[in-house]
Design a protein around this ligand. Structure first.
Ligand code: UFG
Length: 332
């Protein structure tokens, strides 16, 4: 058995490779390296091109004896997707379409998709169940809804078995600091807060801006559901097991810690992990941010036997700090 991991040189993909290896499963990486890093997939065969090139992907699948795909390659910055919706559609939906065509040609029948909480939009129910209406508030979320639809179509036409894993806020790193997130432009709360703490902020532009403290939440800042990247990675391997047991079946699963953590609580966790204050100021709300996003995670438990094990915020932040220190973002 060999799995094609698209986006395997990216943040979550590089952890998925290691979770597969821990189960003795071979993987081949397909990544265009537009945001990923060759070193994150060091030790695995790597093909550098886009998923949209279906002829080339089908040839790779046949050559490497691929029998399942884990598809993580995508553009995923919400704000960028608002500014450049066509690029997002072309890259994300076009990429998935090419991959599905290749699966059909090469006879690959199992597909795990990296999906997102952004498919739900503003929640009308909390915690958010998978049955919540799909109403994204940004083009990034739109692309993932469309890809889930295409998977259902491929299931009907070709008998493809698929699982869509809807991640909430992926965070954390390898506990020894050897692997973590490394985005060309960082927009996520935890790495930004750690860097602000590390450098002491001040006039150098690293002070964190908290996007609003007037939300209808207990402390006025947004609540998010942080899930450790090691927990996420493990769920992908369990999803492959599920697909093995359900030929032609489909599964949509939230992956979250199942608890809301406010921005202020994240800053407290950063202070405890680093022993330093987080220089920050209150700013206006960020457009498109819902006040609260928390996952209902009972389906993942029932279907996959998955439970978050390392997703409490203290652990997540400590591991992310180990990574930031090791890569030199922390001043002595
Ligand atoms: N935040 C700040 N200041 C910052 C950055 C973030 O206050 O400088 C706040 C945000 O307003 C939000 C929380 O911190 O309340 C988390 O923000 P992130 O940008 O880290 O993450 P998001 O919740 O916006 O986005 C994440 C993923 C997306 C995914 C989305 C699902 O990064 O890919 O969850 O809703 F689409």
């Amino acid at each position: 058995m060999a799995v094609l991991v698209t986006g395997g040189a990216g943040y979550i993909g590089s952890f998925v490779l290691r979770a597969l290896a821990a189960r003795g499963i071979d993987a081949v990486v397909l990544d265009d390296l537009s945001t990923g890093h060759r070193r994150a997939a060091d030790g695995w065969p790597l093909e550098v091109h886009s998923c949209g090139d279906s002829e080339r992907v089908a040839a790779l699948m046949e050559r490497a004896g691929i029998d399942a795909v884990i598809h993580l390659a995508a553009l995923s910055i919400v704000g960028d997707s608002v500014r450049e919706p066509e690029r997002y559609w072309r890259h994300n939906v076009g990429g998935a379409e090419g991959l599905l065509t290749a699966c059909r040609k090469a006879g690959v029948r199992r597909f795990v998709l990296s999906s997102t909480a952004a498919v739900y939009g503003e929640p009308s129910q909390l915690p958010i169940p998978e049955s919540h209406p799909l109403s994204p508030t940004n083009p990034y979320g739109d692309t993932k809804v469309e890809i889930e639809r295409r998977l259902a179509q491929a299931q009907a036409s070709d008998g493809l078995a698929w699982a869509a894993l809807r991640y909430f806020n992926a965070a954390g790193a390898m506990p020894d600091g050897s692997l973590g997130e490394d985005h060309p432009v960082e927009t996520h709360l935890i790495p930004l807060a750690l860097r602000a703490a590390a450098t002491g902020g001040g006039g150098d532009g690293t002070e964190l801006t908290v996007f609003g403290d007037d939300w209808p939440t207990p402390d006025g800042t947004c609540l998010r559901d942080y899930v450790h990247v090691l927990d996420l990675a493990r769920a992908h391997v369990l999803a492959l097991d599920w697909l093995d047991g359900h030929p032609g079946g489909s599964l949509v699963c939230n992956l979250g810690g199942g608890e809301g953590t406010s921005v202020r609580q994240v800053l407290d966790a950063v202070r405890r992990a680093t022993g330093r204050e987080v220089p920050h100021r209150m700013g206006p709300r960020r457009a498109g941010d819902p006040a609260v996003l928390v996952a209902a995670v009972d389906r993942a438990a029932a279907e996959l036997g998955w439970r978050p094990e390392r997703s409490d915020i203290a652990r997540v932040v400590e591991d992310a700090w180990a990574w930031e220190r090791r890569r030199g973002h922390a001043a002595p």
